[in-house]
Write a protein that binds this ligand. Structure first.
Ligand code: 13P
Ligand code: SF4
Length: 358
């Protein structure tokens, strides 16, 4: 688990600025750092006064990522922290489905998301009605939902998973004798995981696919058609061009990328897996095929690592979470995540099952 204690204890704006500068000089322009240090100082003061914990996803902009979160990480790490924290308020610097997961895991806490428009194309790509229709079409087949879904969809599922444990969750289900799983909603994560595990993939006919092969298949992952509007944009040409310019580059891609891109990359994994790789494995240079801020965050975290900065893809939803919005969230106790009690109860089981699979 990454814990950022960098500016937590700073007791002036100047000290906050100096600590941020030590990390972010060369990544964030100085005039911007000065403004952000002022905000970060106020946030950290308020955080202490209100007994709040701030969780920051790896995609947060560098000035936020390196200043106010008590913990940074991927979806799975932050879910685990949410379940265990005894702070009164959880401020989730990430997107709405992540904050919802925190609320489901720790319903007694006030969970805040700094901007309530921070959605996700995957979470919006599947509805409760879709899941019910899939269960009717494939009776008895367990449903695995990616954590990038809203709580009402999780409530209809048997297991949850993240990009960090999709293979483990599918293997766990199949070890209980099931031969097929429904995997929602990310088509590419499902295809990439199925390929890695050597299991055939079939796109459900309920979203325009052809599932006629299912009757003849011993095992199968049945997928849905939603995609991440950021990762789907990476192309084979991006990989080929990067390798042409930097033949010694190690390319790491998030498994939400298209399968033909993943096949050409050196490593595929969750955002945590990418952080771990860059920290632990020596390479001449690294290229991340994922949300753009992450490359900057790692460049700042590991100044002796060379990050190739070829990407310009930002997740517009993640970008809504700024230091300004985070300060306002703490000042006004906004925006509170509210989920109906019965949905919390039902969504908890698939998440707990996931967390129990190590
Ligand atoms: P991680 O779980 O790998 O952090 O990914 C979340 C996400 O939204 C990727 O686009
Ligand atoms: Fe959703 Fe893609 Fe943004 Fe991740 S990067 S939050 S999957 S839209």
């Amino acid at each position: 688990m990454s814990e950022t204690a960098m500016v937590k204890e700073a007791d002036s704006v100047e000290e906050t600025y100096q600590r941020m500068k030590a990390k972010l000089e060369g990544v964030v322009p100085d005039f911007e750092l000065q403004l952000k240090a002022e905000l970060a100082f106020q946030i950290n003061q308020l955080k202490r006064e209100r007994n709040a914990v701030i969780l920051g996803h790896n995609y947060m902009e560098p000035a936020l990522y390196h200043s106010v979160p008590d913990y940074v990480g991927d979806s799975l790490q932050l879910s685990r922290i949410s379940a265990e924290t005894d702070a009164d308020i959880i401020v989730f610097c990430g997107v709405k489905f992540m904050a919802e997961t925190a609320k489901v895991l720790n319903p007694g806490k006030i969970v805040l998301i700094p901007d309530q428009q921070a959605g996700c194309s995957l979470a919006e790509g599947v509805s409760v009605e879709d899941v019910r229709a899939l269960k009717e079409r494939y009776p008895g087949v367990p449903v695995v939902t990616y954590v990038n879904t809203y709580a009402d969809v999780k409530a209809e599922s048997d297991y949850c998973c993240t990009s960090g444990n999709a293979d483990k969750v599918i293997a766990h289900i199949m070890a209980q004798g099931y031969k097929k799983v429904i995997f929602l909603p990310d088509e590419f994560l499902a295809r990439n995981t199925a390929r890695e595990m050597g299991i055939p993939f079939v796109l459900s006919s309920l979203c325009g696919g052809d599932d006629s092969a299912l009757v003849n298949l011993d095992q199968a992952v049945i997928g849905w058609k939603a995609r991440c509007e950021v990762h789907e944009k990476f192309t084979v040409d991006d990989v080929l061009n990067a390798r042409k310019q930097f033949p010694d580059v190690v390319i790491l891609a998030h498994p939400e990328c298209p399968p033909e891109v993943i096949e050409l990359c050196d490593v595929s994994g969750s955002t945590k897996a990418m952080v771990d790789y860059v920290r632990d494995i020596d390479a001449p240079r690294y290229l991340l095929l994922t949300e753009c801020s992450m490359g900057d965050n790692l460049a700042a975290e590991f100044p002796n690592r060379e990050m190739v900065r070829l990407c310009s893809l930002r997740c517009e939803d993640m970008a809504l979470i700024t230091l300004e919005a985070t300060l306002e969230a703490l000042q006004k106790t906004q925006y509170q995540i509210e989920i109906a009690e019965d949905i919390i109860q039902r969504a908890r089981l698939p998440i707990d099952r996931m967390i129990a699979i190590r």
